[in-house]
Write a protein that binds this ligand. Structure first.
Ligand SMILES: [Zn+2]
Length: 375
């Protein structure tokens, strides 16, 4: 039976959702019971932040930069970059990974911000032949999480860079304010799972990967932080962060342009999250994004329900997007359509380290090292 949460807008398209007698879902309960009590943006957050910042500034003395910021051009990473330079007094190297699908707005936003803040930008361009072969392999595999090749490359190259240049701190725009509800694992499986990535490429790829960087959960969650001392952390969780305020500030100061939807800085992700995922699988990531904003008081539930009435893509122009994606991947629209019509698969149809992720998230919860994880 179809049901939508009475508090947020998550619904039974998330097959593991559980409602209580008041019709409130487990995403909401987890937010109120676990996330909120452990999330400190006030004085307590300030103290935790200050000691981290001290350490980073000290570590960076005499070096060209003291940390790396992973920058997509989206609002979270853009605002983080601004805050890091102007409010934290850090000297970040802005690290951008070009997976071949940057929108013009993204390129423009990154340039304006980096120039305006007088920061250095390092762009790593992913080998396009590798990316193409991997993305096609994911389309052929029938799984929903076809954004993995981009996302995996973003993190793997950033970690590799940090290792090569001895940078100890990686700052990311990941945050609870706009992402306290996470995409369910069945919608978007863990993109860092190299076992699954390799299995899908082994079955559906057409040639060996030449330069594509592969990371693994053990390498970046255990080896890098605890052996090499390279830590990735999320400063936006320690300060008040409101999406619309951040957008207004960046627009006024730098001419930064907003996107119609989260993650639309990549043309592939726009196609994938607005069309492929909802139309082929029934998974609408706006439900997750809006629910996060509702829980953090940044959006009205009625407004969210209203917006969800119309599709995230424009039916008038979607065939242009189909053509753009197909052409860029070197296939015809008919072939892309065949992948769309093929039976849906899930991450469980391929090899994975799912058990390790589950185990890891239990441990993190017990040690209270992470709040607001996936389920
Ligand atoms: Zn809910």
């Amino acid at each position: 039976m179809y049901q939508v949460c009475s508090n947020c807008v998550m619904d039974t398209t998330d097959s593991k959702i559980e409602f209580d007698e008041k019709g409130v879902c487990d995403h909401c309960r987890s937010f109120y019971e676990h996330t909120l009590p452990n999330w400190h943006v006030g004085e307590r957050g300030g103290v935790m932040l200050a000691s981290q910042l001290d350490r980073i500034r000290k570590n960076g003395r005499g070096k060209d930069f003291d940390c790396i910021i992973g920058m997509s051009g989206g609002i979270d990473s853009s605002y983080l970059t601004y805050v890091a330079k102007e409010e934290f007094g850090l000297r970040p190297l802005v690290f951008h990974v070009d997976g071949g699908w940057n929108s013009d707005i993204a390129v423009n936003n990154i340039e304006r911000l980096v120039d305006g803040l007088k920061l250095d930008l390092y762009t790593e361009v992913i080998d396009w032949e590798d990316m193409k072969d991997l993305q096609l392999a994911y389309f052929k595999s029938g799984v929903p999480h076809i954004d993995t090749p981009q996302d995996h490359a973003f993190f793997a190259t950033m970690y590799k860079f940090a290792t090569q240049y001895g940078v100890k701190d990686i700052l990311t725009g990941a945050n609870l304010s706009t992402e306290c509800v996470r995409n369910p694992v069945e919608w978007m499986y863990f993109q860092s799972d190299s076992v699954q990535l390799k299995d899908i490429h082994r079955q559906f790829g057409t040639k060996p990967l030449r330069n594509y960087q592969v990371t693994s959960i053990l390498w970046h969650k255990l080896y890098l932080p605890y052996v090499k001392g390279i830590k990735s952390w999320r400063p936006l969780n320690f300060i008040p962060y409101t999406k619309t305020d951040a957008m207004t500030l960046l627009a006024t100061k730098f001419g930064w342009q907003p996107y119609p939807q989260k993650h639309f800085e990549s043309r592939f992700t726009r196609f994938y999250e607005s069309y492929w995922l909802p139309e082929k699988f029934g998974f609408d990531t706006r439900r997750v994004q809006y629910s996060s904003l509702i829980l953090t008081g940044q959006m009205d539930r009625r407004e969210a329900l209203e917006k969800l009435q119309s599709p995230a893509y424009d039916p008038e122009t979607i065939h242009h997007d189909m053509e753009f994606v197909a052409t860029k991947l070197g296939i015809g629209v008919d072939e892309l359509q065949r992948y769309f019509d093929a039976p849906n698969k899930s991450y469980t149809d391929y090899k994975s380290s799912a058990w390790l992720y589950e185990f890891g998230s239990q441990v993190m919860k017990l040690l209270r090292l992470e709040i607001g994880g996936k389920r």
